[in-house]
Design a protein around this ligand. Sequence first.
Ligand SMILES: [Zn+2]
Length: 264
Amino acid sequence: MATRRTRALRRLAAPLLFGAAVLGATAPAQAAGAGSGAGPGQGGKATAEIVTTAEHQGNVAALTFDDGPNPVDTPRLLQVLRENRVKAVFCLWGEYVERHPDVVRQIAAAGHTLCNHTMHHDNLAGWTPDQAFTEEEVRADLEATSALIREVVPGARIPYFRAPYGAWGEHSPQVAADLGMQPLGWAVTIEDWETQDADVLAQRLEERIRANPGGVVLLHDGPVVYDEAGQPQSFRAGTVEAVARVVPELKAEGWRFTKPARRG
Ligand SMILES: [Zn+2]
């Protein structure tokens, strides 16, 4: 098992490695048709297919936010979404659920959809093959993360799972499906791990949503960065500002923001 130290190092390396992982994740055949996945999970029926599309067609997009809850940026994002009457998916990092449960309750109370993003944001496929999680390790992580979310929000529906870095590995799509969670990929990113310049991100968001109607959009409201006193700092203000600028503009043109598709 990874030590806390190696986890911290991996986390620091994440933005650099992310781009490479995206290429693998967008290969749609990776896990398609791997099984019906109608398992005993609490999220309903799901399959192992990694979905990248919104549940409707046309000028729609499904907004998804990863790596929170973040006690600084997520509440501001929730305000922006509320003002625009838009619902989104939040892919939650278990360690931050544990540290910031009130923010998870705010997300759920606002009617947004929850998504399991593992407990420690480990690379399930392994940075090297010998680090790859076994099926049992994947299942244990996903079950623990969902259980933690439901400790914080009793009875919470968690209909999606997204693998950190889009590194699904051999097992996670089917394990997620068995637990009632549809594997959630994406069709659009704005690479907000590269920059938090709101002008750059707003331009990317608008252009890329327009170029990919019907797509799942990957954005980030986390992770959480703490100062020396242990206080959480704003880390995704640029992403939130981009959403605040672009969503009302697209809505005014008739675009709708829906949930990602589910299979099964
Ligand atoms: Zn992530």
